[in-house]
Design a protein around this ligand. Structure first.
Ligand code: SAM
Length: 117
Protein backbone atom coordinates (compact mmCIF):
# COMPACT_ATOMS: atom_id res chain seq x y z
CA UNK A 1 0.00 0.00 0.00
CA UNK A 2 1.54 3.37 -0.97
CA UNK A 3 2.24 5.85 1.81
CA UNK A 4 1.17 8.73 -0.35
CA UNK A 5 -2.47 9.31 -1.34
CA UNK A 6 -1.43 10.54 -4.78
CA UNK A 7 0.35 7.23 -5.41
CA UNK A 8 -2.62 5.38 -3.96
CA UNK A 9 -4.76 6.75 -6.78
CA UNK A 10 -2.46 5.03 -9.30
CA UNK A 11 -3.87 1.74 -8.02
CA UNK A 12 -7.07 2.58 -9.89
CA UNK A 13 -5.12 1.67 -13.03
CA UNK A 14 -4.24 -1.84 -11.89
CA UNK A 15 -6.48 -3.02 -9.05
CA UNK A 16 -9.75 -4.62 -10.19
CA UNK A 17 -11.30 -4.38 -6.72
CA UNK A 18 -10.63 -0.64 -6.59
CA UNK A 19 -12.03 -0.23 -10.11
CA UNK A 20 -15.15 -2.16 -9.10
CA UNK A 21 -15.51 -0.04 -5.98
CA UNK A 22 -15.34 3.11 -8.11
CA UNK A 23 -18.02 1.76 -10.45
CA UNK A 24 -20.30 1.00 -7.51
CA UNK A 25 -19.77 4.44 -5.98
CA UNK A 26 -20.49 6.08 -9.34
CA UNK A 27 -23.66 4.00 -9.70
CA UNK A 28 -24.82 5.23 -6.30
CA UNK A 29 -24.06 8.82 -7.23
CA UNK A 30 -25.95 8.47 -10.53
CA UNK A 31 -28.85 6.83 -8.71
CA UNK A 32 -28.96 9.71 -6.21
CA UNK A 33 -28.86 12.31 -8.97
CA UNK A 34 -31.62 10.51 -10.88
CA UNK A 35 -33.73 10.41 -7.74
CA UNK A 36 -33.24 14.11 -6.93
CA UNK A 37 -36.16 16.45 -7.48
CA UNK A 38 -35.94 18.99 -10.28
CA UNK A 39 -33.66 21.94 -9.55
CA UNK A 40 -30.34 22.43 -7.87
CA UNK A 41 -28.47 19.53 -6.31
CA UNK A 42 -25.79 20.47 -3.82
CA UNK A 43 -22.97 18.00 -3.27
CA UNK A 44 -20.23 17.95 -0.69
CA UNK A 45 -17.44 15.40 -0.95
CA UNK A 46 -14.91 15.27 1.88
CA UNK A 47 -11.64 13.35 1.39
CA UNK A 48 -12.47 13.63 -2.30
CA UNK A 49 -9.19 12.38 -3.74
CA UNK A 50 -9.07 13.63 -7.34
CA UNK A 51 -12.86 13.61 -7.49
CA UNK A 52 -13.08 10.84 -10.04
CA UNK A 53 -16.19 9.33 -8.45
CA UNK A 54 -18.33 12.45 -8.76
CA UNK A 55 -16.63 13.98 -11.82
CA UNK A 56 -16.62 10.67 -13.68
CA UNK A 57 -20.35 10.40 -13.05
CA UNK A 58 -21.15 13.97 -14.07
CA UNK A 59 -19.26 13.54 -17.33
CA UNK A 60 -22.21 11.66 -18.85
CA UNK A 61 -25.07 12.53 -16.55
CA UNK A 62 -28.11 14.54 -17.74
CA UNK A 63 -28.38 16.32 -14.38
CA UNK A 64 -24.75 17.52 -14.42
CA UNK A 65 -25.74 21.14 -14.95
CA UNK A 66 -27.98 21.03 -11.86
CA UNK A 67 -25.09 20.07 -9.60
CA UNK A 68 -23.10 22.51 -7.55
CA UNK A 69 -20.38 20.81 -5.58
CA UNK A 70 -17.65 21.43 -3.10
CA UNK A 71 -14.93 18.81 -3.03
CA UNK A 72 -12.48 18.92 -0.15
CA UNK A 73 -9.10 17.22 -0.34
CA UNK A 74 -5.86 17.64 1.62
CA UNK A 75 -3.36 16.48 -1.03
CA UNK A 76 -2.57 19.45 -3.26
CA UNK A 77 -1.51 17.28 -6.23
CA UNK A 78 -4.89 15.57 -6.20
CA UNK A 79 -6.63 18.94 -5.91
CA UNK A 80 -4.69 20.14 -8.95
CA UNK A 81 -5.68 17.07 -10.96
CA UNK A 82 -9.28 17.39 -9.86
CA UNK A 83 -9.38 21.03 -10.89
CA UNK A 84 -7.97 20.13 -14.31
CA UNK A 85 -10.74 17.56 -14.73
CA UNK A 86 -13.37 20.11 -13.73
CA UNK A 87 -12.00 22.52 -16.33
CA UNK A 88 -11.96 19.85 -19.02
CA UNK A 89 -15.60 19.02 -18.29
CA UNK A 90 -16.62 22.69 -18.44
CA UNK A 91 -17.93 22.56 -14.88
CA UNK A 92 -15.70 25.22 -13.32
CA UNK A 93 -18.57 27.61 -12.61
CA UNK A 94 -20.41 25.09 -10.48
CA UNK A 95 -17.80 22.81 -8.96
CA UNK A 96 -15.21 23.94 -6.48
CA UNK A 97 -12.22 21.84 -5.52
CA UNK A 98 -10.78 22.99 -2.23
CA UNK A 99 -7.44 22.20 -0.68
CA UNK A 100 -8.10 21.28 2.94
CA UNK A 101 -5.16 23.45 3.98
CA UNK A 102 -5.72 26.03 5.35
CA UNK A 103 -8.52 24.89 7.60
CA UNK A 104 -10.95 27.79 6.96
CA UNK A 105 -12.27 25.90 3.90
CA UNK A 106 -14.49 24.07 6.38
CA UNK A 107 -16.14 27.38 7.17
CA UNK A 108 -19.17 28.60 5.30
CA UNK A 109 -22.07 26.75 3.83
CA UNK A 110 -21.76 22.99 3.66
CA UNK A 111 -25.44 22.22 3.13
CA UNK A 112 -25.84 19.35 0.72
CA UNK A 113 -28.47 17.06 -0.73
CA UNK A 114 -25.72 14.57 -1.49
CA UNK A 115 -22.92 14.51 1.10
CA UNK A 116 -20.34 11.79 0.87
CA UNK A 117 -17.07 10.86 2.52
C1 SAM B 1 -8.90 6.45 0.41
S1 SAM B 1 -8.61 8.03 -0.36
C2 SAM B 1 -10.20 8.18 -1.11
C3 SAM B 1 -10.26 9.22 -2.21
C4 SAM B 1 -11.58 9.25 -2.97
N1 SAM B 1 -12.71 9.54 -2.10
C5 SAM B 1 -11.79 7.96 -3.72
O1 SAM B 1 -12.61 7.14 -3.27
O2 SAM B 1 -11.14 7.75 -4.76
C6 SAM B 1 -8.72 9.15 1.03
C7 SAM B 1 -8.44 10.60 0.68
O3 SAM B 1 -8.64 11.40 1.84
C8 SAM B 1 -7.72 12.47 1.81
N2 SAM B 1 -7.65 13.09 3.17
C9 SAM B 1 -7.06 12.58 4.27
N3 SAM B 1 -7.21 13.43 5.32
C10 SAM B 1 -7.93 14.50 4.87
C11 SAM B 1 -8.42 15.69 5.48
N4 SAM B 1 -8.20 15.98 6.76
N5 SAM B 1 -9.15 16.55 4.73
C12 SAM B 1 -9.37 16.28 3.42
N6 SAM B 1 -8.94 15.16 2.77
C13 SAM B 1 -8.21 14.27 3.50
C14 SAM B 1 -6.46 11.80 1.33
O4 SAM B 1 -5.50 12.73 0.85
C15 SAM B 1 -7.01 10.86 0.26
O5 SAM B 1 -6.98 11.44 -1.03
Amino acid sequence: MPKDWYEWHDLYNTEPTLQQRLEIVQEYIAYSLNASPDGAIRVVSVCAGDGRDLLGTLKNHPRAKDVSARLVEINSNLVERGRATIESLGLAKQIEFINAIPLPIYEGELISELPFL
